[in-house]
Design a protein around this ligand. Structure first.
Ligand SMILES: [Zn+2]
Length: 269
């Protein structure tokens, strides 16, 4: 099964805490979709944003890509040209020269130091409300995006402030759940659900003390849900964060990068 669109929604710092959070929209989407999910995917180490988003978007380990929060935040490190480890956007651009590609990131360094700057990707940053408005506008436009990456940062903020797994932290996941509901409903209204693969995941989790970067299950274990037409299983097999580019590649029929260290997990296609 190939898809016309892939939407990758990343919730910074959400780990696998989707399991305990109150997520009525996600519950509704599950009830009205075919899907597969895992609460036991593993992110990269160290469990830091740039290292993990880099692994998710480039399909390689942090040892390979070498990206850090400081590096990707530096405007002089805009990613352009022939990089050794291309993002999945680059492969999408090679396959679809004219297609709309979108990266809306609450944490702008992803759009500086991870997603290449010379691919014609529509990049925007803003609050979670801004981001969702950009997404809705993009879906409702004449041409829905071929590949859309979205990063919401507020859950990680709540984790740092209140502790991961606290009541206030779960509340912030429920808030993002409402935004996911808006996105899904916009896809439904545009008649795009059957041609879209929707992936919901996180870059890392965190500890009750409000930190991340370490190697504990609370930091390394992440949720990944994949929603689309004719998804075969309900539980995704063993999965690592760098498996996401191969999944997107298969869904959009992209060439695969020889550098990718991941594979397509079982029970998605
Ligand atoms: Zn993060």
């Amino acid at each position: 099964m190939l898809y016309d669109h892939v939407f990758l929604i990343g919730v910074d710092g959400a780990g696998n805490f989707f399991r305990e959070a109150d997520t009525p929209n996600l519950d509704y989407i599950r009830a009205h979709s075919s899907y597969a999910e895992t609460f036991d995917a593993q992110t990269a180490f160290p469990t830091i944003s740039a290292e993990c988003w880099g692994a998710m978007l480039l399909g390689v380990t942090p040892e390979m890509h070498g990206l850090t929060n400081g590096y990707v935040s530096d405007e002089t490190h805009k990613r352009t040209g022939d990089v050794k480890y291309p993002s999945v956007f680059k492969l999408a651009r090679e396959k679809y020269p004219q297609a709309k590609l979108v990266s809306y990131s609450d944490w702008n360094p992803i759009n500086i130091g991870i997603v290449e700057d010379d691919l014609g990707v529509d990049k925007k940053t803003g609050s979670i409300v801004d981001i969702t408005k950009y997404i809705v506008d993009s879906i409702e436009s004449d041409e829905a995006p071929k590949l859309m990456f979205v990063q919401y940062d507020s859950v990680d903020g709540a984790g740092h402030h209140f502790g991961y797994g606290t009541q206030q932290y779960y509340h912030s996941i429920s808030q993002i759940d409402a935004h996911i509901g808006i996105i899904w409903n916009t896809l439904r209204c545009k008649g795009l659900l059957s041609s879209t693969l929707l992936i919901i995941t996180a870059d890392h989790g965190g500890t009750p003390q409000g930190g991340h970067g370490g190697d504990t299950p609370a930091e390394r274990t992440i949720y990944c849900g994949v929603f689309g037409d004719e998804i075969k299983g309900e539980t995704i097999g063993k999965m690592d964060v760098w498996d996401i580019p191969p999944v997107i590649g298969k869904a959009l029929n992209l060439a695969s990068s020889p550098e990718w260290v991941g594979k397509i997990p079982n029970n998605i296609f």
